[in-house]
Ligand binder design. Structure first.
Ligand SMILES: [Zn+2]
Length: 295
């Protein structure tokens, strides 16, 4: 469809849209930064109003279609909106489910706009479409790099899912468990060489010394988490974190996981790429030169 027809169809589908209303067009996010690193897009669920990273076929930046919408009452005073989204990949076509507190309007099969404080927000201008949703099935687990241990990825994803639904006890519990799993996976000892028990903070310090190239501030932040004990099973009462505390700690934990399991491997693959470009010695030429020298 031509762009003018599309705009006119959009205007007609919203009868409240006044013809005199200003129609501002913003540049699409990222369009001006084509040459910069955009790998952060691979860590999103929805990239924009028509491309996403598919949790089924794992293809990045593939088209999707919103195929169905529903709304229901979550509670007496909360209405929730659900969206079925189908992958555009010919060999995939699988459908995922997404919940939002916003009534997102659909144009054709694309997320189009939503109202906020009597202002229309257009999805194509949004930097962060993911922020509109509080629940996804499949979860966001695939948006963490798959070089990170699967058990830890699932826990971090579950923690983030709980936090989005404001279930902070669940969010705190899952993230704490993810940190303990990291200590186990890294085989961080529970006792020092004299047999004295190491507390949680000391174990994080052991991990910090194992990875001197990772900024120490990340480990310090994890070491200072209140109420973590040396033994996961023997944890006493602990307070769940606030949203702000959780957000800070989950981003810190994700950065530690990326620094430990992803960045070193990225460096190795760049090195291999560079080495493969190194000109090979011409063996025949070498033999001829040797023979000539010997004569
Ligand atoms: Zn797919």
């Amino acid at each position: 469809m031509q762009i003018l027809e599309k705009v006119s169809a959009i205007l007609q589908s919203f009868p409240l849209f006044s013809a005199n209303q200003e129609f501002q067009v913003y540049p699409v996010a990222g369009a001006m930064n084509e040459s910069h690193d955009q790998s952060y897009l691979d860590r999103k669920y929805f990239i924009d109003n028509y491309k996403y990273n598919c949790p089924f076929c794992n293809r990045k930046s593939i088209t999707y279609k919103v195929t169905e919408t529903i709304n229901f009452n979550w509670s007496n005073n909360r209405e929730v909106f659900g969206y079925l989204v189908a992958c555009g990949g010919d060999s995939c076509r699988q459908t995922s489910f997404h919940l939002s507190d916003r009534n997102i309007k659909i144009y054709g099969t694309e997320f189009f706009s939503f109202e906020e404080n009597k202002k229309t927000n257009y999805i194509s201008n949004l930097d962060d479409l993911d922020s509109l949703f509080f629940y996804h099935q499949p979860t966001t687990f695939f948006t963490l790099d798959n070089r990170i241990n699967e058990k830890i990825r699932k826990l971090v994803s579950e923690a983030e899912g709980c936090a989005k639904m404001n279930y902070l006890v669940g969010a705190s519990g899952c993230l704490r468990k993810a940190i303990y799993e990291l200590l186990e996976l890294e085989e961080v000892v529970k006792e020092d060489k004299d047999g004295r028990e190491l507390d949680y903070g000391d174990r994080i310090k052991v991990l910090k010394s194992k990875y001197p190239l990772v900024p120490p501030e990340y480990f310090d932040a994890l070491a200072n988490i209140q109420g973590m004990t040396s033994e996961q099973l023997h944890e006493g009462d602990w307070k769940p974190w606030t949203q702000d505390e959780f957000h800070f700690l989950v981003e810190t934990a994700k950065e530690v996981l990326t620094e430990v399991y992803v960045r070193p491997q990225e460096k190795v693959s760049v090195l291999q790429k560079i080495l493969s470009l190194k000109p090979q010695k011409d063996e025949k030429k070498g033999i001829v030169e040797k023979t000539a020298q010997n004569q």
